[in-house]
Design a protein around this ligand. Structure first.
Ligand code: DON
Length: 305
């Protein structure tokens, strides 16, 4: 029997928007602090061709760390498994900007979804792409089929002037010979990558290939099934930093969060779902987004477990 996804989303939306505690909007990147925490949107696309939305699902927001999966995906399509010579695939159990492990583990980041790992992926892209920033943007645009997707230059600048920990991580990586390009060049790319703005509907399209065995929505990008298995495993174990266990426990899907308040999650062969609510919980993941996805997988009984 077909489930009534639209009414499930409506019920979740109604219940969660009525909650007083919506978490706290990220302020360590000053430009992000300007966003109204009352925004809330959910968008779902099933692989049998239906889509459903509720709330602000067409409003664009800063995708931040969600971009790390798309950068990993482009790097994987260029370099394949050699990526994993320079970045490991273990959960960190630590916040996204934690530095101590990087020094203890000789400049090999725990995984590509913490900041230090994403900075290594940015370095790989810079080495392989002719016009790194534009080529990455085009890759994302192709995944969605929308050339209006763009960087937010104010957000990228705001992050540059407050990105002390990212500079520290990049300098440590450089000192361990795990960056080929200059610290400034790599971070310039990384800050732009994180500043891309997309809506829930667009993110759902961008992540379609992870649910569709590596074939993107408009067949403009392709990853092998084996690489998709790997990236989905990395999302499941590392997509929520020190809350990855909690997300697997409550929601049971591979996914990725960003400090802009977005979360994308997917069930292979079945659907991709994106939530956006800018208020974050103490671990830096969207408070209502986590709750919405827990309610969605409980109501539909659709999870990988
Ligand atoms: O490097 C940073 O701090 C941000 N550009 C990205 C952090 C982020 O989204 C962490 N995710 N929850």
């Amino acid at each position: 029997m077909r489930q009534d996804f639209q009414s499930i989303l409506n019920t979740i939306y109604q219940e969660l928007t009525s909650l007083d505690d919506k978490g706290t909007v990220a302020s360590y990147i000053p430009e992000l602090a300007k966003v109204d925490k009352h925004h809330f949107g959910i968008h779902l696309r099933t692989l049998d061709g239906h889509s459903y939305g509720v709330g602000d699902f067409d409003t664009r927001f800063s995708i931040q760390s969600i971009s790390k999966v798309l950068a990993l995906s482009q790097a994987a399509s260029l370099v394949g498994n050699d990526i994993f010579k320079r970045v490991d695939v273990e959960p960190s159990g630590n916040p996204f900007n934690h530095l101590a492990l990087l020094e203890i583990e000789n400049g090999i980041p725990r995984n590509p979804l913490i900041n230090s790992g994403a900075i290594v992926i940015a370095d790989i892209l810079i080495s392989y792409l002719k016009n790194p920033k534009q080529d990455f943007l085009n890759y994302v645009r192709d995944l969605v089929g929308d050339d209006s997707i763009d960087f937010n230059l104010e957000v990228a600048h705001s992050e540059k002037i407050t990105g002390f920990k990212n500079y520290a991580a990049a300098n440590l990586l450089k000192s361990f010979n795990n960056l080929e390009n200059s610290v400034d060049e790599v971070l310039y790319f990384y800050f732009h990558q994180c500043s891309i703005e997309m809506s829930c509907r667009q993110l759902t399209k961008a992540f379609y290939l992870f649910a569709n065995k590596g074939s993107s929505l408009l067949h403009k990008a392709q990853l092998t099934e084996s690489m998709i298995k790997r990236i989905n495993a990395i999302m499941l174990t590392c997509g929520f930093y020190d809350e990855a266990g909690e997300f697997a426990f409550e929601v049971g899907l591979p996914g990725k969060s960003g400090v802009g308040g977005g979360i994308v999650a997917l069930l292979p062969d079945k659907f991709v779902i994106t939530t956006w609510s800018p208020g974050l919980n103490k671990k830096g993941n969207s408070q209502l987004g986590m709750m919405a996805l827990e309610q969605f997988t409980s109501a539909t009984k659709l999870s990988i477990f």
